[in-house]
Design a protein around this ligand. Structure first.
Ligand code: BEZ
Length: 231
């Protein structure tokens, strides 16, 4: 009888446990997520090695690596290319490419070989109406408990904004530590939002509470003043 089995993959969603996998990378074999216990993880895919937009992305991400380390965040890249292609591409970047003042850029984070598309399929990185043989530009922010906290997808023609990805990590870490939320375009140091859901007494209490750090624009919209950083 003909084998008509079709592997179906459900795309993981925010709040789901990140799918586990084992893979070969430019920094050795990894078991995900066990090898990254206790860290935040940015798992991101790109369509192909030796392509210009992806090259600018890798140079940008690699040059921010120290900033992500300070945020206890591990970067992990992925494409469906081979390890040999990855190594040759990263060497070319380091030895030949100068872009926006960045040069001799060494990519020290692991880049996954995913020729079988096993990992890409588990994470919904293959989106067949775009390509069945390349990953889209996906970004998964995964917390230290291996839960997916943010998912971003970009089209092939648009390079990602890595400051925004860093901002998301900082905002999530602050939200977890202080049970707050962050408003539109929030930057570290700016006032944060006190979530409504019964956490701050009644609406009337919230409005009239003149507690120094707190102010409300209306009954449903209260902020906590951030203290200026001491120099
Ligand atoms: C790029 O990285 O330049 C690229 C990759 C796939 C499609 C289009 C552009």
């Amino acid at each position: 009888m003909e084998n008509t089995e079709v592997k179906e993959f459900r795309m993981p969603l925010i709040g789901d446990p990140a799918p586990s996998f084992k893979a070969k990378t430019t920094q050795g074999d990894i078991s995900f997520p066990e090898d990254f216990k206790g860290k935040w993880i940015i798992l991101f895919s790109h369509p192909a090695d030796f392509t210009p937009v992806c090259t600018t992305e890798f140079m940008t991400f690699a040059s921010m690596q120290d900033e992500f380390e300070k945020l206890n965040t591990q970067l992990i890249g992925l494409s469906v290319d081979s390890i040999y292609s990855h190594i040759a591409w990263l060497r070319t970047i380091q030895e030949k490419i100068e872009y926006k003042g960045m040069k001799n850029v060494e990519v020290k984070f692991p880049l996954i070989e995913d020729i079988s598309m096993n990992v890409a399929n588990k994470f919904g990185m293959i989106q067949p109406n775009v390509s069945t043989t390349q990953a889209v530009r996906a970004v998964f922010v995964i917390d230290p408990k291996a839960v997916i906290r943010t998912i971003l997808y970009y089209p092939a023609s648009t390079g990602r904004n890595f400051d925004e990805i860093k901002r998301i990590i900082i905002a999530l870490q602050k939200a977890d530590a202080e049970q707050i939320a962050t408003p539109a375009d929030w930057r570290p140091g700016e006032d944060v939002i006190i979530p409504p859901a019964g956490s701050c007494g009644t609406a009337k209490d919230r409005m009239s509470d003149k507690d120094g750090d707190k102010y409300c624009l209306d009954w449903f919209m209260c902020f906590k003043r951030e203290k200026p950083e001491s120099k």
